[in-house]
Write a protein that binds this ligand. Structure first.
Ligand SMILES: *[C@@H]1O[C@H](CO)[C@@H](O)[C@H](O)[C@H]1NC(C)=O
Ligand SMILES: *[C@@H]1O[C@H](CO)[C@@H](O)[C@H](O)[C@H]1NC(C)=O
Ligand SMILES: *[C@@H]1O[C@H](CO)[C@@H](O)[C@H](O)[C@H]1NC(C)=O
Ligand SMILES: *[C@@H]1O[C@H](CO)[C@@H](O)[C@H](O)[C@H]1NC(C)=O
Ligand SMILES: *[C@@H]1O[C@H](CO)[C@@H](O)[C@H](O)[C@H]1NC(C)=O
Ligand SMILES: *[C@@H]1O[C@H](CO)[C@@H](O)[C@H](O)[C@H]1NC(C)=O
Ligand SMILES: *[C@@H]1O[C@H](CO)[C@@H](O)[C@H](O)[C@H]1NC(C)=O
Ligand SMILES: *[C@@H]1O[C@H](CO)[C@@H](O)[C@H](O)[C@H]1NC(C)=O
Length: 458
């Protein structure tokens, strides 16, 4: 497999300067680590940490505040939101909850008192919706399960709920941590490690003059892997430039193949008279995308157009198009890697933050929409796109339009790696074309032959 990867990498490497090639090789070798391992070379430390703070012992258990911290730079959780599950070690039950709720109450028939909130051995918790009565809220709750990413909005990258647990231990020695955490967002993709006892959390009073601490704290870490998350990609990249008329489309079947025989309705034609009825049909709440019929079948396409070449600068236009009729992407984001991001001079109508995962190579940036302007990427159709332009300062030593240098090395949409066209399909500079070169060679040969004939004719 390593061989296959190395072979596949070779044509790409030909196009890149040495530094970028080394970075790419590093990234590739990272990708070759056990592949189900959650590892993202552009966000190597990214994780969601679950913190379980026991804040009070009760007669038959304890009360805890459970918090989720999204430490991922660009992967967020969008509607319908996160679902956190675990397995109790003993016969614990949940008497009461604030700021969240168990999806199933389970069998509480043993209880002669007012029945508990949840008697499941494997409870699954969801967030409450915005607008929940104050008496059921706690701080950082009730966002409908949304969890923003750290780089995009760290103030909203955290969620909390409170549980009152019964039939549990009532002291540090007898209490048992929940096992086998599962985090769904809401689909699969996250793998959580075991809960570990950590230093108790300190809570600082609002005036900063006193701190209290949790009676016991556990942490567990969940990491994401696209490999675990879904078999097929969710976005693709197309390319064009001012110096070549060719538009290099997304590779055919990037996200799936159009198959109208076996699965009618796997996609919809944009001009179909049934569009409205399909979109609002019985599966409206389904998480599977309903995409417009295209050769790539991706819900999202990112188009990178090399637009203008100035003396000291060059300009790129990025367009993100939504082909999914079932999804408005709120708080969408894009991560792109190109060596010239080091010298990004201006960005129009998107937010930008450089990502610098290794501290030395400054070639990756994160882009996202401006609040109330284009932070919502609406469903497929005439308004289903967002656009921006980037202005880069040229470094005369590195800058070239040759060999696809002006195109991105890697693109992510909402944290998922997008399928790129093969490097040998990138638009060429007219004078870099081998056909043109061989054509002119042929021409020269012909002229020499004619000259030769003419000379010998006299
Ligand atoms: C999770 O992310 C935080 C913040 O980046 C980091 O401090 C911590 O070490 C990470 N945990 C793991 C297990 O990677
Ligand atoms: C918890 O996870 C372990 C391995 O990770 C597994 O062996 C065990 O069966 C799980 N327990 C439950 C109750 O799901
Ligand atoms: C446990 O998680 C919290 C929240 O992310 C963090 O502040 C704390 O440092 C973690 N503790 C340890 C020992 O990793
Ligand atoms: C699907 O339908 C289109 C036109 O309706 C046709 O061109 C294409 O060949 C069909 N594909 C298959 C796999 O039958
Ligand atoms: C997307 O947003 C538009 C406008 O806010 C709304 O009309 C439409 O119903 C939404 N679609 C979905 C699938 O949520
Ligand atoms: C990376 O670029 C950003 C500006 O785009 C700059 O603020 C930052 O200092 C740079 N970091 C390094 C290590 O060059
Ligand atoms: C960015 O600009 C600086 C100063 O002009 C230059 O030294 C550096 O090589 C440039 N980097 C790239 C990747 O263009
Ligand atoms: C434009 O690029 C394509 C490769 O994508 C190439 O086949 C074509 O010959 C180029 N056109 C010109 C005028 O160089």
């Amino acid at each position: 497999m390593a061989m296959a990867m190395a072979m596949a990498a070779r044509p790409i490497l030909r196009f890149l300067p040495l530094g970028a090639s080394i970075a790419l090789l590093l990234a590739l070798s990272a990708a070759l680590l056990p592949s189900s391992d959650a590892y993202d070379p552009l966000d190597p430390g990214g994780n969601i940490t679950i913190k379980w703070d026991v804040i009070q012992w009760t007669e038959d258990g304890y009360t805890a505040v459970v918090s989720l911290y999204n430490y991922q730079q660009y992967r967020h959780i969008q509607p319908p939101g996160w679902k956190l599950g675990w397995v109790w070690q003993k016969k614990e039950i949940i008497w009461k909850m604030l700021g969240g709720q168990a999806t199933e109450q389970g069998d509480c028939s043993k209880f002669k008192t007012e029945p508990p909130h949840c008697c499941e051995r494997k409870p699954e918790i969801v967030d409450l919706l915005p607008g929940t009565p104050y008496s059921l809220q706690i701080a950082n709750c009730c966002k409908g399960g949304l969890l923003n990413s750290w780089a995009q909005d760290s103030a909203n990258a955290m969620a909390s709920f409170q549980v009152t647990v019964g039939q549990a231990g009532t002291s540090s020695k007898t209490v048992k941590a929940p096992m086998n955490f599962t985090l769904r967002a809401p689909g699969p993709g996250y793998t959580c490690g075991p809960a570990k006892v950590v230093r108790p959390t300190k809570f600082i009073s609002p005036d900063g003059r006193r701190s209290t601490q949790a009676l016991k704290t556990w942490n567990a870490t969940c990491t994401y892997s696209q490999f675990v998350g879904q078999r097929s990609p969710t976005c693709c990249v197309s390319l064009s430039s001012f110096y070549n008329d060719t538009i290099v489309n997304c590779p055919t079947c990037s996200c799936g193949c159009r198959d109208n025989n076996s699965k009618p309705g796997s996609c919809v034609e944009s001009n179909s008279p049934y569009l409205a009825s399909v979109v609002n049909g019985p599966d409206t709440n389904s998480l599977t995308p309903l995409v417009e019929c295209t050769s790539h079948m991706c819900p999202i396409r990112v188009h990178w157009h090399v637009k203008v070449n100035y003396k000291d600068y060059w300009r790129v236009k990025i367009t993100v198009t939504n082909f999914n009729y079932r999804m408005n992407y709120t708080q969408w984001n894009l991560v792109t890697q190109h060596p010239n991001f080091e010298n990004l001079t201006r960005i129009f109508s998107f937010n930008y933050k450089p990502l610098n995962p290794y501290g030395t190579i400054n070639d990756t940036g994160m882009l996202w929409g401006i609040k109330y302007y284009n932070d919502l990427l609406v469903t497929a159709g005439p308004d289903g796109n967002v656009q921006s332009e980037l202005l880069f300062r040229k470094d005369p030593a590195a800058f070239t339009f040759q060999k696809g240098w002006a195109f991105p090395r890697r693109v992510y949409f909402n944290g998922d790696n997008c399928v790129m066209p093969p490097p040998d399909a990138y638009p060429w500079l007219p004078n870099a074309s081998p056909q043109l070169l061989s054509a002119s060679l042929t021409l020269i040969t012909v002229w020499i032959a004619i000259a030769f004939l003419l000379v010998h004719a006299y």
